[in-house]
Design a protein. Structure first.
Length: 328
């Protein structure tokens, strides 16, 4: 059996990747330090005979015994609330963490897939965003710690590929949603759904004309899996190109959930992207991939998941190891 290491395994994307690789017959090593991930996300696989979990901070040296065929590096805060509260840890996991992962891949002769993000495009001046676009990023703005961590991560990955001949893959992930998202992570889907479940008004920033494109988790995981086993080493966008304004989306969520919330408007955050939509031509051409789950179906599944949470989880603000790493 082939063996894969998944960092950030207790996170939203990481936990679904663990499921995918176990279902495909791999031995899976999950790694997380629970700074933003949750043990609940992997509780259902802890007893799986082909799953092993290691609690570890990837910014420290990574030691794995035995052979390793693949590494997927998904350890990173990924929401504005997280990376604004822990900016230094965000920069460290994108730099030191990526360096450690790539060094491990070199030592084990493993293929490594790095999770990048649409945030490398910043507030884009090109629409939709193609992989050839270099981006419009403010390195010293409030979002710079995440944007630049991911841009540096891509640069280091390409350096290891070109200098050491490491087999590398880079996925640029656009807005993804589904079960196991955190209600309090600051992104628009859990924010809206959490507000509805708590009986609050929906908060729209700016006038709501800014756009997003939402990809359901099953589609995202399928695209990542296909990219790992492709022969393509340059970045590939994985996302859903169906675009919607935030204001229209708020109205859609209210209608879908039967909520009674009204919409209130607040000032737009600094450097918040006004347009976000992937050009997925490469994914379609190289991987034969495109999203299959329509937004209405995906949102219904996601809302049903959030409705199943306990009252404590509806108001939970951080995970168990947040304070442990806050000053590192």
């Amino acid at each position: 059996m082939e063996r894969v290491l998944i960092t950030g395994a207790a996170g939203f994307l990481g936990s679904h990747l663990c499921d995918k690789f176990l279902n495909e017959g791999f031995k899976v090593i999950g790694m997380d330090n629970f700074i933003t991930g949750s043990s609940k996300n992997i509780a259902h696989i802890l007893a799986h005979p082909n799953f092993e979990f290691i609690e570890h901070d990837v910014t420290e040296y990574i030691a794995i015994d035995g052979k390793l065929d693949y590494i997927l590096h998904f350890a990173s805060p990924a929401s504005p609330i997280d990376y604004l509260r822990i900016p230094i840890q965000t920069l460290k996991v994108g730099s030191l963490g990526t360096h450690n992962v790539l060094g491990l891949a070199k030592a084990k002769k493993a293929r490594v897939l790095i999770a990048s993000t649409s945030e490398v495009y910043g507030d884009p001046l090109v629409h939709p965003q193609t992989e050839a676009y270099y981006g419009n990023v403010n390195p010293i703005g409030p979002r710079g710690v995440y944007d630049e961590a991911k841009r540096f991560q891509e640069a280091m990955t390409m350096a290891y590929h070109n200098f050491h001949g490491i087999e590398t893959r880079i996925v640029r992930i656009f807005n993804t949603y589904g079960p196991r998202m955190r209600l309090n992570d600051g992104r628009v889907i859990p924010a809206f759904m959490g507000q509805i479940l708590r009986g609050e008004d929906l908060t729209v920033f700016g006038d709501g004309s800014q756009t997003r494109s939402f990809c359901y988790i099953d589609d995202q995981i399928d695209g990542i899996f296909k990219l790992l086993f492709s022969d393509y080493h340059l970045p590939v966008n994985i996302g859903n190109p169906e675009e919607i304004s935030i204001l229209d989306f708020a109205k859609e969520i209210i209608a879908l959930t039967g909520g009674q919330s009204t919409i209130i408007f607040k000032e737009l955050p600094v450097n918040d992207p006004l347009q976000r939509c992937p050009d997925i031509t490469k994914a379609q051409t190289i991987l034969g991939w495109k999203p299959k789950v329509d937004r209405k179906t995906g949102m219904k599944r996601t809302f049903d998941y959030f409705k199943s949470l306990s009252e404590q989880e509806l108001y939970e603000t951080q995970h168990k190891n947040f304070d442990k790493y806050i000053k590192k």
